[in-house]
Design a protein around this ligand. Sequence first.
Ligand code: AKG
Ligand code: FE2
Length: 315
Amino acid sequence: MHSPDFSLSSDQLEQFERDGFIGPFDLYDEVEMEKNLTALRPKLLNAKKSIYHGEGSASAISNYDRHLDIEFLAEHITRPEIVDRVVSILGEDTLCWRSEFFPKYPGDEGTDWHQAEDFSSLTDSQQPQIQWPQGSPKRGTVTVWTAFTESSVETGCLQFIPGTHTSMNYDEKKGLSYNPTTVNQLQKDGVRRGFFGYDYRQLQKDDDWAPDESKAVSQIMRPGQFVIFWSTLMHASHPNTTADKTRLGCAARYLPTKARVYPGLTELNEFGSVLNLKRFGSVLVSGSDQYGHNRFVDRTVDGFRFPVRTLGRTA
Ligand SMILES: O=C(O)CCC(=O)C(=O)O
Ligand SMILES: [Fe+2]
């Protein structure tokens, strides 16, 4: 049987490489998304099955990698609508190394402008979390951000500055200091923005530089749609100015199998907690692994097997 092919067209690929993002695309319809989320919430709250449970302090990042224990999220990160498009960018042999939730509750500040190339700014010793082969022209990770609830300017949708993904304004090696008392307390150019207890301005290469917000675009999405962007793109989000609408985004991050995930790292120390990586594995979502750089898992803790897309996109 032939399953539909969701690959990007060459025009779309060109647009993605020019702008650093593309979307939105449809994944779930609104009713389906709401039902999925209702079923998902109690599972997310029950962190006992998380691969990090009991391995670190309860924390803001206990919502990492729940695709390794919750079947709906395991299916989500392997959906052909997502994987085919990501494969168009990264190539046939592609893995998913991270999923995480970004809730923005009524009244919450916006996410500060940032770019991430190797995610080393958050780790204690400034070791990279991801590494492309030496000499590779590509950098960062492909992020697929799905709106699990309405994502509007009022609820705090993402913002992008198109075309900024090819040059880093931040030096991740400078490192960030974690200070949770700053959450919802920072103001930048009159807008309430922070980075979940970090101040991303600490990483600026040039203290006198500021993002050119006049070029920013708002990524409005209905529940069940997703957008794809390079983590090296300048991205942020608006504050949630509503009284009663939570904005929930689910980000999944992808790399080719030739890249290394968590090279030399046995634990993750960020957002005020330490996670032991001994049960962590990447998920092969398409093709095969010919490098042996990375540890893979092929099923969730409940035994659900991750489907792998293959060349020709046949089921
Ligand atoms: O959802 C947000 O506000 C920020 C998301 C983000 O920074 C990311 O997915 O890399
Ligand atoms: Fe980000």
